[in-house]
Write a protein that binds this ligand. Structure first.
Ligand SMILES: NC(=O)c1ccc[n+]([C@@H]2O[C@H](COP(=O)([O-])OP(=O)(O)OC[C@H]3O[C@@H](n4cnc5c(N)ncnc54)[C@H](OP(=O)(O)O)[C@@H]3O)[C@@H](O)[C@H]2O)c1
Length: 273
């Protein structure tokens, strides 16, 4: 079993459950929070301050995590927040903020941690993406784009790190009962045009109205992530929850259907000689 984990964003939600579950199982955890504090305490828990949007603080935090533990086995990019609203109504600042945290934040952690894991010739990187990254819905398009970017980054990273013995997994959960759909993590685009009231507006109401009644249990999800990372053949994608399974299957089927329907004309677009 991998015994030394670094997890971003353990102040609450999935990150905190992952840290708790690992500590109970005997692992050592370096957890980061924006404040450097958390309502978790354990002799094998080390807390570090980190805002994942900070390009200078990130390599320093990873280096400190390595120093504190003597070596990391698993690095989990968990920190993130949500953004709901029509794509056309998303401001430059709103789009940049979500990309900074949900895509560039993990990339910074990866850039800092990969040389260490490569050097050890072992280890695993877990990127907490979302079902939105595999099967986006209208109403969370820019969030979905950041998560799709993270899922794609994970696949490419897996190819790059496999020769060094380092595994990579993209976790794509459906809805989880955390703070995510509360005001603590969901932002609404400042513009919510009336033209989208019946479409995006309805999605936003459903998603925010679900806060506290989401299907996914973060404790079970945390255990599943740990089991997947410790599996002799860890998955490239870990799609979690019956909602995520249904949505991802439907999207894969629709993609295959598009490929099949346009296959002969698509294949005929090359130079003939
Ligand atoms: N909940 C869901 O339904 C769901 C579904 C699919 C994917 N996810 C993904 O799962 C991950 C965990 O979310 P959650 O459900 O546990 O939500 P959560 O309870 O709202 O927790 C989010 C965590 O991310 C941290 N965070 C946000 N921005 C940060 C930043 N710039 N730097 C450092 N930490 C930051 C928060 O810290 P603060 O306390 O400082 O804000 C908090 O610890 C996220 O990446 C989310 O996109 C969630």
């Amino acid at each position: 079993m991998h015994s030394t984990w670094m997890i971003t964003g353990i102040s609450r939600g999935l990150g905190r459950e992952l840290a708790r579950t690992l500590l109970a199982a005997g692992a050592t955890v370096v957890g980061t929070t924006r404040t450097g504090t958390a309502d978790l305490a354990h002799e094998r828990l080390r807390l570090l301050p980190l805002d994942v949007t900070d390009p200078e603080a990130t390599p320093a935090a990873v280096a400190r995590a390595v120093e504190l533990t003597g070596g990391l086995d698993v690095v989990v990019n968990n920190a993130g927040f949500g953004l709901l609203g029509p794509i056309e109504a998303t401001s430059e600042a709103e789009a940049l903020a979500i990309l900074q945290t949900n895509l560039l934040g993990p990339w910074r952690v990866i850039a800092a941690a990969a040389p260490h894991l490569r050097g050890r010739g072992a280890g695993h990187i877990v990127n907490v993406s979302s079902i939105a990254g595999l099967a986006p819905l209208g109403g969370s398009g820019v969030y979905a784009a950041a998560k799709a970017g993270l899922s794609a980054l994970t696949e490419a990273l897996a190819a790059e790190l496999a020769p060094f013995g380092v595994g990579v997994t993209s976790v794509e959960p459906g809805s989880l009962r955390t703070d995510f759909f509360s005001d603590a993590s969901i932002r609404l685009t400042s513009a919510q045009p009336a033209a989208y009231a019946d479409t995006v507006g309805a999605v936003v109401s459903t998603m925010t109205g679900r806060s506290g009644a989401e299907q996914g249990d973060p404790r079970k999800v945390a255990q599943l992530i740990i089991d997947a990372v410790n599996d002799p053949q860890p998955p490239r994608h870990l799609v979690i929850g019956s909602d995520a399974l249904t949505r991802s299957r439907a999207n894969v089927a629709a993609l295959l259907d598009d490929i099949r329907r346009w296959e002969s004309r698509s294949a005929a677009t090359g130079f003939s000689a």
